[in-house]
Design a protein around this ligand. Structure first.
Ligand SMILES: Nc1ncnc2c1ncn2[C@@H]1O[C@H](COP(=O)(O)OP(=O)(O)OP(=O)(O)O)[C@@H](O)[C@H]1O
Length: 238
């Protein structure tokens, strides 16, 4: 059996609401989940059950209240529940990708460079590497149908769907072993949704492990290799 790329063992999550007399809001009692290379696990469950919370735990945006979250990084396994900040930055650069619904706009940086940045960063000062990163960014922008006249403008004024496509390109351009997708097609039209389905399938085909949330049932069905209901990880319903 191959080692899973991502392994959650007994993961619990409670939020403590400090402005409400330290009220405890339990979300997960015990999450046990293993995801291997080439799998696309689609998270199901009614609104508020904890789908986004689970992705944020895996991305280490949220701290688990108990349990272990192990990811296979280049240098070996890492427990995300006790990772140091500097190691987390490295993991997010090389191992864990996260596509949220919204682009965090970087003022004054043109779309082409926003998309090229993850590859350009690895190229350092090597001009050929930087040009290769920008060439790859052009391919992603074209594939996601961003009109060429927008490539040299900062995405702050782009439409919701255009910003979402820039976000997808930026976060998928560098192939990473683990990819977390939080409704990547929420604002996209049919043609671009179809392209994103292709991109997700290509990522699983190259061996990425993917965990995703898709409110569009057709998209979820098109990409899932397995479905998991997050309601199974809690004893109480909200
Ligand atoms: N930062 C937070 N502080 C307090 N409570 C939170 C926080 N983040 C999420 N929650 C609570 O955790 C529960 C799960 O929220 P989450 O966003 O993960 O649900 P979801 O299944 O993704 O919902 P939806 O499908 O509506 O997006 C909700 O009750 C929510 O209010």
């Amino acid at each position: 059996m191959t080692t899973p790329l991502l392994l959650l063992q007994g993961v619990a999550k409670r939020f403590t609401l400090h402005h409400q007399n330290q009220l405890e809001l339990p979300v997960f009692d015990a999450v046990d989940l293993s995801v291997s290379a080439g799998e696309c696990v689609v998270l199901d469950g009614a609104s508020g059950l904890g789908k986004s919370t689970l992705l944020k735990l895996i991305y280490a945006n949220y701290r688990a209240s108990a349990g272990r979250i192990t990811v296979q990084a280049l240098a070996g396994p890492v427990d995300l529940t006790e990772v140091a900040p500097r190691e987390l930055v490295r993991l997010r650069r090389d191992t864990i990708g996260y596509v949220s619904q919204f682009l965090r706009v970087i003022p004054r940086v043109p779309a082409l460079d926003v998309v090229a940045e993850p590859l350009a960063e690895d190229a350092g000062d090597d001009p050929a590497g930087i040009e290769a990163a920008r060439a790859e960014a052009r391919r992603w922008l074209a594939r996601l149908r961003i009109p060429e006249r927008l490539w040299h403008l900062p995405p702050a004024t782009f439409s919701g769907g255009e910003q979402q496509r820039i976000n997808i390109a930026r976060n998928m351009i560098k192939p990473k072993p683990l990819l977390l997708l939080d409704e990547p097609t929420a604002s996209l039209d049919a043609a671009n949704t179809a392209t994103v389905i292709e991109l997700i399938r290509e990522a699983t085909a190259r061996g990425a492990a993917i965990v995703g949330i898709f409110h569009d049932a057709e998209v979820g069905a098109a990409v899932a290799t397995r479905r998991v209901n997050v309601g199974d990880f809690r004893s109480t319903r909200p």
